[in-house]
Design a protein. Structure first.
Length: 305
């Protein structure tokens, strides 16, 4: 059997109104057009659709059974049309985001709040994990985008790399707070909280100390900048972290100063290489990148650094 959408709509309209004329008015067509649609539908279905009782068209027992399925189909089409409109207008859809744990508790929630305010029908899944896991999820297309670091490239993904400036952070009231910027030599007597020794950022930091002729006095090795920020805010040690994370902790009273030589934390935004990307996902990526602009180094700065 092959049914036309307008036949299903006419069947539902007559079943709900009990009247050809009212159904025609609801559908915006003539009464003969509704009659013809019903006749063709009845012939295709092979059943009698309505009986007249006291001037009202009532579904037969067979068509009542059919009506429930027709209603489900039309509701589904209505929902599909809503989704289409939401996607065109960028107000609906679902965004699956995998990110580093620090982002899930600091910068990203604020970005999502602003993003969703303008898109009331968009929903989000946010999953924090380590870089290795994020890469697996993007390769497997389980998530639409991943926010990670230490990314070295993979043929099943495409990426945008951003270089985030760094800052030195110190406990409130620290003697170095009066300085305009901090160098490795300034930190020679300070015990440092730093990222893991196998991270690229630590390697750059260690080289900066070595080139300044001082030893990096390690206190605590951490995975996330946010952990270092929390500890410094509580008066333990000093650290050199992403300027983005330092700014998120400014309200705790920590001292934030530029670190020289300038170091950069490379952040990668990953997406699956295969298949089209939802417009809403692209909008989120744009919004996220825009939110980072105060902390992103220019190509000239990165080259000079």
């Amino acid at each position: 059997m092959k049914f036309q959408l307008r036949q299903l709509e006419a069947f539902r309209a007559v079943a709900e109104t009990g009247n050809m004329t009212k159904a025609a008015k609801r559908m915006g067509v003539s009464q003969p057009a509704v009659s013809r649609l019903l006749s063709d539908f009845s012939q295709s279905a092979g059943i009698e659709l309505f009986t007249r009782h006291r001037g009202v068209l009532e579904p037969t027992s067979d068509s009542r059974y059919l009506l429930a399925e027709v209603q489900r189909i039309l509701d589904g089409l209505d929902h599909l049309d809503d989704l289409r409109r939401d996607l065109i207008e960028r107000t609906g859809g679902h965004v699956r985001i995998a990110c580093l744990p620090g982002f899930a508790t600091s910068h990203l929630p604020g970005v999502l709040v602003n993003f969703l305010k303008e898109r009331p029908n968009v929903t989000v899944t946010l999953e924090p994990d380590r870089p290795e896991r994020i890469l697996e999820w993007i390769i497997g297309e389980q998530y639409d985008c991943g926010i990670t670091d230490g990314f070295l490239g993979h043929p099943a993904t495409r990426s945008q790399d951003l270089h985030i400036k760094s800052s030195c952070i110190l406990p409130a009231g620290h003697p170095l707070a009066d300085q305009d910027h901090i160098t490795p030599r300034d930190l020679a007597q300070e015990r440092l909280i730093h990222t893991r020794r196998d991270s690229r950022f630590y390697q750059h930091l260690s080289r900066a100390f070595s080139e300044d002729g001082v030893e990096l006095n390690s206190l605590i090795e951490v995975r996330q900048f946010t952990t270092a920020c929390t500890m410094v805010a509580q008066g333990m040690g000093a650290s050199v972290v992403s300027a983005l994370d330092a700014e998120a902790y400014r309200a705790t009273g920590i001292v934030i100063r530029p670190f020289k030589p300038q170091l950069f934390h490379r952040l990668s935004i990953l997406q699956p290489a295969s298949g089209p990307t939802s417009p809403v996902v692209l909008d989120f990526v744009d919004a996220f990148i825009e939110s980072l602009q105060p902390y992103v180094a220019s190509a000239k700065e990165v080259k000079r650094g």
